[in-house]
Write a protein that binds this ligand. Sequence first.
Ligand SMILES: Nc1ncnc2c1ncn2[C@@H]1O[C@H](COP(=O)(O)OP(=O)(O)OP(=O)(O)O)[C@@H](O)[C@H]1O
Ligand SMILES: [Mg+2]
Length: 89
Amino acid sequence: AREIIVTTGTADAGCVLVAVLDSGPGFAADSAEHVFAPFYTTKSAGLGMGLSICRSIIEAHGGRLWASANVPRGAIFQFTVPVYPELLS
Ligand SMILES: Nc1ncnc2c1ncn2[C@@H]1O[C@H](COP(=O)(O)OP(=O)(O)OP(=O)(O)O)[C@@H](O)[C@H]1O
Ligand SMILES: [Mg+2]
């Protein structure tokens, strides 16, 4: 089964949190941080820039993006971004 779960919530320090959980192959041991390195790819035609660019964009907006292992398998990607209530009114 291929499943993706997307959840949202609040995080510390006035940030919102988005989490994406999948049931894919997950990461090799200790490689959850490597996937953010520019040009790191395991795809035959991959450039390896997708997650590096995602992290740059989120950090430019004052947030954080990280990955961890899902249980029993798969990956979890989570990011935070600051809430600016004045933009919502
Ligand atoms: N959900 C995931 N589960 C397991 N590994 C992942 C997941 N997402 C990304 N990866 C790993 O991280 C690597 C880097 O991803 P990234 O999106 O930066 O580059 P890419 O998809 O390989 O190429 P592209 O530049 O076209 O996006 C992937 O090649 C894959 O090995
Ligand atoms: Mg990609």
